[in-house]
Design a protein around this ligand. Structure first.
Ligand SMILES: Nc1ncnc2c1ncn2[C@@H]1O[C@H](COP(=O)(O)OP(=O)(O)O)[C@@H](O)[C@H]1O
Ligand SMILES: [Mg+2]
Length: 360
């Protein structure tokens, strides 16, 4: 009970920090002593006296303040009123953050040990479990997880974003997080980052998996999940199909009763284009070499075939006639583009104009 209250107060301060307008010297001072400020804010307000670190930070900000000056950011009453103004959405997110930070306790000893080991390394990329920048595989209680090491501000952003899709298959699920240790522990999504797949691997994705991938996006939109759909945030596994990761949000971006983002612009078109482009060759890689031109044309042909294959699957999932028509147009326009490209790069006159000379 006591632990829950403590975690709630910390989550509330993180929420407040991601919403209210602070300068970085104030914000970072609060982060430095998060637990201290979180436990007293509702009774004593957010205030402190300027120490050396604060004075230094303000100097970076071209502002001067004397050592020991009393800085009063928010009174206890203002703080409490602010928290009271939060609607259902923000309260839901706070509860989610409490749940995940409470769950951290069971992993804490092992994670702390891992962080210690990591510190011993000159370059954390050398760790055998390194996956990406400050992201590692980790086994906890016999299960495979991914651990991300982030500033507490980003831990909060990830929790806020991922809270929208809790419990949904094929989406990253956070199991625990800690602001103080700066970590997020997520279930491991199997497979490879989409940008690391070969054209052959992408072409062998089944129709069912493509369908399931776009269906996931219908769920994402329905739950108003903030997504940054780029190839690094999409995983693909031969058995499990598509998996989506890396969702962030912050309180200043959240409004109650806000409508969902556009299904096509934010969800469908990005995934569609990522899949199509990953079977082709980007135009900036074409050189005046005959083979490279041939490869480029082949890539365009594969892109055309991929669009053809995806078209009925994707259109079938759209219920609104406007969406159907607009998505069909996007696909047709892309087809036109690739058809034009093939025609152009098969035309000797165009090639001579473009490259001058062609290397056989
Ligand atoms: N839950 C996960 N399962 C599998 N791989 C993951 C997971 N989370 C992150 N990764 C890997 O780590 C990379 C970086 O993680 P991400 O959450 O996208 O952080 P960033 O904010 O650095 O983009 C991803 O592109 C992916 O390869
Ligand atoms: Mg990412």
């Amino acid at each position: 009970m006591f632990a829950e209250r403590r975690h709630r107060r910390i989550a509330q301060l993180m929420g407040f920090l991601s919403e209210a307008d602070f300068g970085y010297p104030d914000r970072d001072t609060l982060y430095d002593r998060l637990v201290f400020f979180a436990t007293r804010a509702a009774f004593l307000g957010l205030n402190f006296s300027a120490d050396e670190k604060y004075v230094g930070r303000l100097a970076d900000w071209y502002e001067e303040v004397e050592l020991g000056t009393k800085i009063s950011l928010f009174s206890a009453k203002e703080y409490r009123q602010h928290l009271k103004s939060w609607g259902v959405e923000k309260r839901r997110i706070i509860s989610y953050m409490v749940e995940k930070t409470l769950a951290y306790k069971q992993y804490e000893p092992k994670v702390k040990l891992f962080l210690e080991q990591l510190k011993q390394l000159e370059n954390s990329k050398d760790h055998p479990d390194h996956i990406a920048q400050d992201v590692f595989n980790i086994k906890l209680n016999g299960k495979d997880y991914v651990i991300k090491i982030r500033h507490m501000r980003n831990v909060s952003d990830y929790l806020m974003g991922t809270s929208y899709i809790a419990g949904e298959d094929h989406f990253e699920q956070i199991v625990a997080a800690s602001f103080e240790d700066g970590v997020i522990i997520s279930e491991k999504i199997p497979g490879k980052q989409f940008d690391q797949l070969s054209a052959e691997e992408v072409m062998s994705i089944s129709d069912e998996q493509i369908c399931r991938g776009f269906k996931s996006l219908l769920q994402a939109q329905d739950r108003r999940l903030p997504m940054e759909n780029k190839s690094k945030n999409i995983m693909y596994d031969h058995e499990e199909g598509f998996g989506f990761i890396d969702f962030i949000s912050f309180f200043s971006a959240i409004e109650d009763n806000e409508g969902a983002s556009d299904l096509l612009d934010y969800y469908f078109i990005p995934l569609f284009r990522i899949i199509v482009h990953s079977v082709g060759i980007p135009f900036w890689l074409i050189t005046n070499n005959r083979q490279s031109i041939k490869d480029y044309i082949l890539g365009c042909q594969r892109e055309l075939a991929m669009i053809d294959r995806m078209k009925p699957i994707v259109l079938e999932l759209l219920t609104s006639p406007e969406d159907k028509a607009r998505m069909a147009k996007v696909m047709d326009d892309d087809c036109d583009y690739f058809t034009q490209e093939i025609k152009a790069y098969q035309d000797e006159k165009f090639l001579i104009e473009k490259f001058g000379e062609i290397e056989e």
